[in-house]
Design a protein around this ligand. Structure first.
Ligand SMILES: Cc1ncc(COP(=O)(O)O)c(C=O)c1O
Length: 512
């Protein structure tokens, strides 16, 4: 009995104190004390909840089910006889269901209980952002880890398709961060495959200094020249009216949208609402935890252009020419029949490199979390909009003190945060109010770099006056650097927290 395989086998067993024999599926091997874990088989329809799995036809004489919560650890002496064995795919399904069930229990007792903590004004933290998840994300993460595919695979493909469908774009490529997505989006436009249209060293790239550094990092590292234009207030964005499709066409420009902080925002375009990230040639997202959806670390590049998609994925996947996904070979059906570069005919296409690339892929575990988060994105967007509106209504009478944020005309933002800029001549400084809020547990953030040109990474370039240009002036950008901060609107903020934020701002030196 001890050397025999038990797991996956069906046994007739006699339970202590019961006269009739039962049928049970062994879901473990014998332990050192001779005990086995069994799931009892029940007649069909005894139970119908989602913890019940039907036994496939043909194994037992009558239709039966098993209940994954009805687990018994019994001594092997209860076994009367072996009556069959389930297929490994069925056993896998059963084991996964048990694991998912325990994962949900884990979530409920470890994570969910913490979320119910009472809000104590002034003591409880009010973060500017955070992961919003429930057991579904953890179950899918565990499920993908059980696959042990590890690299990008079926979950990555599913996520790419789902995000592309949500946005209404043709192609989406998953990456390991928003910064990687920015690197790929920019470098794709430098590809030799674009011929004369490609960006060359020394070319100028219009962008903003009031933003996130990795939007411009690839530009500088490649040797193109960022040309910084000011942003407008109270929109905190480049003057978009000047950046219409027609403008890009007229001046033969590429348009890259860093959509990392705006997923789900829309603009009215030709009488139709269109998501940001779908106006330009190529766009990016970040799925780092404070963003609209998260997978821990993650990002995406999206485009409608099949050539750009091909280039992005080549650069993302080591620079290779081959487009087979991880673990697959010969998708082109002529793996050993290519003639490229100066290579011998038939050199394995898998190892032919058409770009100097990177490896910026994400894993299936990240993508699995992302797939569940994407299902929740419409509700996340609504919650961000609701919280932003509550803050706007609550603070509307402070317009003498602050420049209050406004949506850009013809836009419907999926807000990342609630931006406040001190008006000139207020009786206090940005740092004073920020300290006041932080000391009351309210987390604040700057508009990232404020003015990226003033940072140490620009010291040499600033000193030598090379490598970048400023078009006009950066008056608003500097104002943002000195006078702006923002607070959260993320879906985890409930009304009482928002009310406390409003109250705390108003109480500061009795602004109200
Ligand atoms: C506008 C913008 N672009 C890019 C990024 C970089 O994303 P990641 O942190 O995923 O690299 C961020 C990050 O917050 C961002 O705000």
């Amino acid at each position: 009995m001890t050397n025999m395989k038990h797991i996956g086998k069906l046994f007739k067993i006699s339970l202590p104190g019961k006269t009739a024999d039962k049928i049970a599926l062994a879901i473990s091997e014998l332990d050192n004390n001779g005990y086995i874990e069994f799931l009892l088989i029940l007649p069909h329809k005894t139970k119908t909840h989602n913890k019940v799995i039907p036994i496939p036809h043909g194994i037992l004489k009558t239709e039966s089910v098993l209940d994954i919560t009805n687990k018994q650890i019994l001594n092997c002496s209860v076994i009367n006889k072996e009556i069959g064995e389930v297929e490994s795919s069925f056993l896998e399904k059963v084991l996964r269901k048990i694991i998912s069930n325990y994962t949900a229990c884990y979530y409920n007792s470890v994570h969910a209980s913490g979320k119910k903590a009472e809000f104590i004004p002034g003591k409880s933290k009010i973060p500017y952002a955070g992961r919003i998840f429930d057991e579904k994300e953890i179950i899918e993460l565990v499920n993908s880890s059980l696959d042990f595919w590890l690299t990008a695979g079926k979950y990555a493909n599913k996520f790419e398709k789902k995000l592309a469908d949500f946005l209404g774009v043709k192609y989406c490529s998953l990456t390991n961060s928003g910064s990687s997505a920015n690197l790929l989006a920019f470098m794709a436009l430098t590809s030799h495959k674009l011929g004369d249209k490609r960006i060359k060293k020394g070319d100028e790239i219009l962008t903003v200094a009031a933003g996130f550094p990795t939007t411009i990092t690839p530009v500088i590292q490649f040797g193109a020249v960022p040309v910084f234009v000011d942003v407008t207030l109270p929109y905190y964005n480049i003057d978009c009216t000047k950046l219409k499709e027609e403008f890009c066409k007229k001046h033969n420009l590429w348009l890259i949208e860093d959509n990392c902080d705006a997923l789900g925002s829309k603009y009215l375009h030709n009488k139709k609402w269109k998501y940001t990230g779908t106006f330009g040639h190529i766009a990016t997202s970040s799925f780092y935890p404070p963003h609209h959806i998260t997978m821990g670390e993650g990002g995406a590049v999206y485009t409608n252009d099949p050539l750009l998609k091909l280039i992005v994925e080549s650069l993302r996947d080591w620079g290779r020419d081959c487009w087979c996904t991880s673990g697959h070979d010969n998708t082109c059906s002529k793996r050993f029949k290519w003639q490229m570069g100066d290579l011998p005919y038939g050199y394995d296409h898998k190892y032919i490199y058409s770009h100097f690339g990177y490896n910026l892929k994400a894993t299936d575990m990240q993508a699995a979390i992302g797939c569940i988060q994407l299902e929740k994105l419409p509700d996340f967007i609504k919650a961000r909009q609701r919280n932003w509106k509550l803050l706007k209504e609550g603070l509307h009478d402070l317009s003498e003190t602050f420049i209050l944020p406004e949506p850009t005309p013809s836009s419907d933002p999926s807000w990342f945060g609630f931006m406040l800029t001190l008006k000139d001549n207020t009786s206090f400084t940005r740092d004073e109010i920020v300290k006041h809020l932080e000391s009351n547990g309210i987390q604040t953030r700057m508009l990232f770099a404020g003015n990226i040109i003033k940072h140490p990474c620009f010291d040499e370039m600033r000193k030598n006056k090379t490598g970048y240009r400023i078009a006009g002036d950066l008056i608003n950008t500097d104002k943002i650097m000195n006078n702006t901060f923002w607070i959260g609107v993320y879906p985890g903020l409930e009304r009482n927290r928002i009310e406390f934020i409003i109250e705390t701002i108003k109480k500061f030196r009795c602004i109200d």
